[in-house]
Design a protein around this ligand. Sequence first.
Ligand SMILES: *[C@@H]1O[C@H](CO)[C@@H](O)[C@H](O)[C@H]1NC(C)=O
Ligand SMILES: *[C@@H]1O[C@H](CO)[C@@H](O)[C@H](O)[C@H]1NC(C)=O
Ligand SMILES: *[C@@H]1O[C@H](CO)[C@@H](O)[C@H](O)[C@H]1NC(C)=O
Length: 584
Amino acid sequence: MKSHVLLLLLLAIASQARTVRVTPKMELAFLTTTAKGEQPYWNHIGRSEGASTHTITIVPKLRSDAAAQCDSRLMEVSTPSSPKYGQYLSMTEANRLFRSRGNIQKVNLNLHKPTDQVQVKDWLKQNELEYTMEGDFFRVKSSVEKIEKCLSAEFHDFNSTDGRKILRAAEYTLPSHVESSIDFISGIVNFPTKGKRDFKTTTLKKRQDGTVTPATLNSVYNIKDNNVASQKSTQSLFEALGQQFSSGDLTDFQEEYNVSVNPVANIIGSNNGWYCLLNPNNCGEANLDVQYIMAVAQNSPTTFWVIDENSNDPFLDWVVALAKDSNPPLVHSISYGSIVSEEPRDDLLRYNTEICKLGLRGVTVMVASGDDGVANFEARNDASQCGFNPSFPATSPYVTSVGATQGPESGSAEIACSSATGGIITTGGGFSINFKRPAWQETVVSNYLKNGPNVPPLNLFNSTGRGYPDVALLGLNYEVYIDRFATPVSGTSASTPAFAGMITLVNGKRLSAGKPPVGFLNPALYKLATSEKVFNDVTSGENNCCAQGGPCCQYGFTASLGWDPLTGLGSVDFEALSAALLKM
Ligand SMILES: *[C@@H]1O[C@H](CO)[C@@H](O)[C@H](O)[C@H]1NC(C)=O
Ligand SMILES: *[C@@H]1O[C@H](CO)[C@@H](O)[C@H](O)[C@H]1NC(C)=O
Ligand SMILES: *[C@@H]1O[C@H](CO)[C@@H](O)[C@H](O)[C@H]1NC(C)=O
């Protein structure tokens, strides 16, 4: 059994039908038996207690043309040559613009056309379900009994091999007017993806030569001043899966590496630094993220944004929270991802539109491209999972996806990071299967497909999709303080906060010059690649191998002149990048 995610299949609705049956692709039964000797991830316990409380998130539909409209508006505000460059929307404007007004035909007796939100609201009220509005989203927190009655569903308890407990149903039924008013509901049939994970690998070796410190990043990428020029230039780290940072380690790190000693300014969610003492794996990602983003962009007010480890869906909770935050941090670093083929497609499409809306508001999102080359983390322990398995949100066309390089940390030339060349991890990259290639990367990606060395057979991957990553930075052996000791940590998880910090520095300069932040960066980055010397092209390396210990698969991509699906446009000369972005 490859995927344990149940996909919603919306059956065609006859126009007179009062209800639509929503049936998942797989039945609950597979969870109670062990498929082909594999350990099932979620174990069935039994029928849920009617009096227990359950939470579901209802995502009302946007206007039917929201995705296309958002895309074209985003290009206007993010393309440097456009007259609307940098003219961002407020939260209220961005939300209102794409909110659905409902289907006129269905409400022909009403003078007012109810919005899809109103349809959902009325239905929840009729069924006496307790809910709160989180921006445009509904968070229903009610008794199992009431939710079951309303959805004609039957909930069962499951626990997972990592100790979590959830409630799920095999199927549910919605009235057709409600069904047509929502994109999806989280927390009923879909199981949290087994494989969401962070992209870092810790090697418990002691300090050694060939490591990366804040000073290495400054010298390799030509950063002259790490002090952010405006306090309005804010940055944030997305964290999930139980990662917590240690403020003691952060202070030790800042003192040791001559970084301005500053705490994290803002914690959203809860953080317990002592988790680190229980098990250094609980803070490896989080400590790496806070230590490096705050070392590259010093004195920027930094937010540690933790999604609860029991969340049904960390990305959904993150987009919901941002969609109702009128003043969010300007740069977000996400070192997490999941395997696209295991996520419900409707959910991905909607997250993507929400990320687009953030771009309209001038927010920049950076995402790690993954550590297992073209395959994904499931292949690390199972060579039968080799193949082209893109990651999300790295393949969203509205994020800047960051890959990893190696070499300069030990004085050699910068090449794509690969476990085959001692890199511990292998830079993720490839092509989206959901989102087509955006215009801003058309020239360089088609050039790669035509002229790149050893391009795998085109029938093996989706060459029409959005190519990723966009840029790459060192990803090998960052010195991170974990439980009081400098520990080398590797991954696109390291490259991502480092690049995010650089963009916070750029925003600082722009804001102090009275200009808007850079927002969605890619149209500007790909433009600069043709005109100015801001990128260090990385032209050597392959990404057919998984992270250390995993297999090397038959196919992967090979780095080339210009853009390639290992290192994107390359690494950067920060001073040149910053000067060019400041001019825009
Ligand atoms: C799941 O719950 C059952 C019954 O409560 C228990 O016996 C089992 O050990 C739990 N399994 C895990 C992996 O936590
Ligand atoms: C730290 O900064 C001080 C003062 O600027 C300088 O003298 C010292 O060499 C620096 N140390 C390191 C390790 O960079
Ligand atoms: C390839 O990607 C496009 C989007 O660019 C998508 O519409 C199509 O379904 C994908 N094909 C496959 C086989 O995944």
